[in-house]
Design a protein around this ligand. Structure first.
Ligand SMILES: Nc1ncnc2c1ncn2[C@@H]1O[C@H](COP(=O)(O)OP(=O)(O)OP(=O)(O)O)[C@@H](O)[C@H]1O
Ligand SMILES: O=P(O)(O)OC[C@H]1O[C@](O)(CO)[C@@H](O)[C@@H]1O
Ligand SMILES: [Mg+2]
Length: 483
């Protein structure tokens, strides 16, 4: 199914024309939508009448009696886009996803043979341990799955020694939500598809919960495809994690808000340092390999920032309209300035050797040069050259790992819990190859293959970036840089 195929719900733009001219309170029919459904486990998809159907054990809970609205019906969907231009004669195709949540009937028997494997991959992110905790507790206490295992050190743990597979229960994970990092440990690289799937089969896992970023999602797609190729009745879900908030389709990723909150402390410190110096600049580097969401949100929350540099916007240093002239003018105006730079910003400007151009981490991600010290040094050299008789100080703060190594804040903790439970409910419903995540606040099931390729760059044409520009009054860097 092609989610981007034009739909035929309103080919003549009738609804659009009606909306454009209609008085208020007129009913307008939206175009038809496409349901991007998620795959089913073979045992759940059998159409010979033998598909597994088990009453949800939550209905037998001794204390909690689910009201009728508790269960999600087969027809429940959520729309990807929450707002529409009714005046448009070419309305964008609408896409819907299945709503996440518990089903009245399960397609997996949690009490017989269910064996879950949890794994964390990629970089750290606040809330990883909360997701793990809630998966364990939800699997055992909501559904009665007895065999739950943590797989150590990322995907490579699947083909690691027995010690890499640790049995988990609610008592073992009780306080994990209070810890930063991942108790299971994480790694990059080591993605050997056959060895991983062989390891999953050899240990009898029937459900895999892979928590990670875009790379982890691409790995999960490959594992899902291999399960299908081998005809295995094993389900897999990818739980999206990225402190950079660079995963598309979902509203935001867990841990992001916590990271923005911690980043405030660095910006506050940079501001104090800058204000307390003569002609002081506070420079803060924040995470954000290919997207500037952390820098952008930290800038908007702080209001002390004079310039926010993100990977999505090219900038230049010297000449009219450049960064350094702007900072000089700002210092003349206020006596100080604060700059926030995302780690992926300005990479094209930093000179690098051929070896550096080729450098990759174990997962194949390009290794970036450190924009913070480079910017500090270039700024210092420029000031000395252009304004040798004026005092000047740059204080550089790099809180990189501090903002992602902390435990999740309350909002992210709640989010992690809902994500983990959504993942379990989906697996129990017989879904596989899916990602749970909030879309316009509604938890939904999205095909893994869609999430694996969906990026989430900062939209520099939207209101949020315009707001940054109006808060900082920084240059747009559209002039031709001086040679
Ligand atoms: N295209 C791919 N196919 C299969 N596996 C992949 C692919 N890309 C990455 N992986 C594997 O997924 C795991 C995690 O990837 P990566 O280190 O890029 O982190 P990530 O999940 O993107 O998280 P982060 O947001 O921290 O970068 C690694 O084991 C890596 O080998
Ligand atoms: O040093 P590590 O663990 O490879 O992670 C660094 C990367 O991980 C991220 O936090 C998430 O992708 C990036 O912002 C950063 O470039
Ligand atoms: Mg990644």
């Amino acid at each position: 199914m092609d989610p981007t195929a034009p739909n035929s719900g309103d080919p003549n733009g009738v609804a659009a024309a009606a909306a454009a001219t209609a008085p208020t309170n007129t009913t307008v029919t939206l175009p038809a939508f496409t349901l991007r459904d998620v795959p089913r486990l073979p045992s759940a998809a059998a159409d010979d009448g033998n598909a597994t159907r088990i009453p949800n054990p939550i209905s037998r809970h001794p204390y909690f009696h689910p009201p009728p609205t508790f269960y999600i019906s087969d027809g429940d969907v959520s729309l990807r886009h929450a707002f529409f231009d009714l005046a448009s004669s070419t309305p964008a195709p609408l896409v819907a996803y299945r709503r996440a949540g518990p089903r009245r009937e399960l397609a997996v028997d949690p009490a017989r043979g269910a064996r879950a494997a949890l794994v964390t991959c990629g970089g750290l992110c606040p809330g990883l341990n909360t997701v793990l905790r809630e998966l364990v507790v939800g699997l055992q206490e909501l559904y009665g799955v007895r065999d739950v295992f943590g797989v150590a050190a990322g995907y490579r743990g699947f083909y690691g020694p027995d010690d890499d597979h640790v049995r988990l229960d609610p008592a073992a994970v009780d306080d994990w939500h209070k810890k930063g990092g991942t108790v299971l440990k994480t790694t990059r690289g080591g993605f050997d598809l056959n060895k991983i799937v062989d390891g999953i089969v050899a240990r009898g896992y029937t459900q895999v919960y892979a928590i990670g970023g875009d790379g982890t999602m691409r790995g999960a797609v490959a594992i899902f495809e291999e399960f299908k190729r081998r005809g295995l009745n094993i389900s897999i879900t990818g739980i999206p994690k990225t402190v950079d908030n660079d995963i598309g389709i979902i509203d935001r990723s867990f841990g992001f808000q916590t990271a923005v909150e911690i980043a405030q402390q660095a910006i506050d410190a940079a501001h104090v340092e800058a204000v307390s110096a003569v002609n002081g600049i506070g420079l803060v580097k924040l995470m954000g390999r290919s997207t500037g969401h952390i820098a952008l949100h930290a800038t908007l929350s702080s209001r002390d920032v004079d310039c926010c540099l993100i990977p999505e916007v090219d900038f230049y240093l010297e000449g009219k309209g450049g960064l350094f002239d702007f900072l000089y003018e700002r210092i003349k105006l206020k006596g100080h300035a604060v700059v926030v730079v995302a780690e992926g910003a300005g990479q094209k400007l930093i000179p690098r050797t051929d070896d550096q151009k080729r450098e990759q981490d174990e997962s194949g991600n390009i290794v970036f040069l450190d924009v913070g010290p480079w910017l500090k040094s270039e700024l210092g050299k420029w000031w000395k050259k252009e304004h040798p008789s004026e005092l000047f100080t740059v204080k550089y703060i790099d809180p990189t790992y501090m903002i992602r190594a902390v435990p999740a804040n309350a909002t992210d903790n709640l989010y992690c819990t809902l994500l983990a439970h959504s993942a379990i409910h989906g697996i129990m419903a017989g879904f596989t190859g899916f990602v749970p995540g909030p879309i316009n606040g509604n938890y939904s099931y999205i095909p893994l293959e869609d999430v694996a390729v969906a990026k989430n760059p900062v939209d520099v044409n939207d209101h949020k970036w315009a707001w940054v520009r109006s808060v900082t009054n920084q240059p747009d860097f559209l002039n031709t840089p001086a040679k």
